[in-house]
Design a protein around this ligand. Structure first.
Ligand SMILES: [Fe+2]
Length: 265
């Protein structure tokens, strides 16, 4: 069974130099096991440097998807250009969507898409909650109002969902267990069942309905495949079995305390 190191929502721009050094030391200790990062690594201006430092410490392939924060103080287009250029210069650092289907062993494959919260759960136009995405990501910030900002987020979410549909079919031809990395939890059930984040006001900001629909549809039509989703974004640990062959795990995270865990798929 393949082993991975999994980190999510590292938010390295919020971590002290000592906390980053502890993370790098942990990575050096378990070197050679591939590292998977499910978004919110840092912010656009420093993202490439942070990825290089992580990969150097991990001394292993680094696969990642982008989180909403990774575009802060930049743009979606600019960050995508930067990570594609980085993968050319450093082939061990791969943004997952363009990496395609990554075989982990004879029966297990890894795919990934970023995923965007798309307001398909809860009411995105009346929730009192707003993420900094609306101010700090160029493509969204330049939109004049809530409705047009939502349209951009939905377009991003739908494009990722379309890509996920294609990647799932390609992976299904190669593997019986498909590991799906994504930043935004694809299903409401992957949010905490109680407490602040369970409130419906959060749903538009914390769930990607688009990727959730694709995953449910694929899993229900491929009963002989196991789909195992790894996500972040909410910072609230969850491990839920949505269907007999669809499991979703969300990583715990805390600002200022970046960490990595070992998992077996
Ligand atoms: Fe996030």
């Amino acid at each position: 069974m393949p082993q991975l190191r999994w980190a999510s929502d590292l938010h390295l721009d919020h971590a002290s130099p000592a906390a980053v050094e502890r993370l790098h030391a942990d990575l050096r200790q378990s070197a050679t096991i591939p590292l998977l990062v499910t978004g919110d690594i840092s912010t656009a201006p420093r993202l490439s440097a942070d990825l290089i430092a992580l990969a150097d410490a991990a001394a292993a392939p680094l696969w990642f998807v982008l989180g909403n924060h990774d575009h802060y103080h930049g743009s979606v287009g600019g960050v995508r250009d930067a990570v594609i250029a980085l993968a050319t210069a450093r082939p061990n650092i791969q943004w997952l969507p363009p990496a395609g289907v990554v075989p982990l062993d004879a029966t297990t494959a890894l795919i990934g898409v970023d995923g965007w919260a798309d307001g398909r759960h809860g009411d995105p136009l009346t929730t009192p909650l707003v993420l900094n995405d609306d101010k700090l990501i160029a493509e969204i910030a330049t939109q004049p109002d809530r409705l047009t900002k939502l349209a951009v987020k939905r377009a991003l979410a739908d494009a990722d969902a379309g890509r996920l549909r294609i990647l799932l079919e390609r992976a299904a031809a190669m593997a019986t267990t498909i590991l799906v990395a994504t930043h935004v939890p694809p299903l409401v059930e992957a949010l905490p069942a109680s407490g602040r984040l369970s409130r419906v006001e959060w749903h538009p900001l914390l769930v990607s309905g688009a990727t959730g629909s694709v995953l449910r549809h694929f899993a229900s039509h491929h009963p002989r495949h196991q789909v195992h989703v790894l996500a972040g974004h909410s910072h609230a640990a969850r491990d839920v079995q949505l269907l007999p062959n669809l499991r979703c795990r969300v990583a715990a995270a805390r600002y200022g305390a970046p960490h990595v865990q070992q998992i077996t798929i």
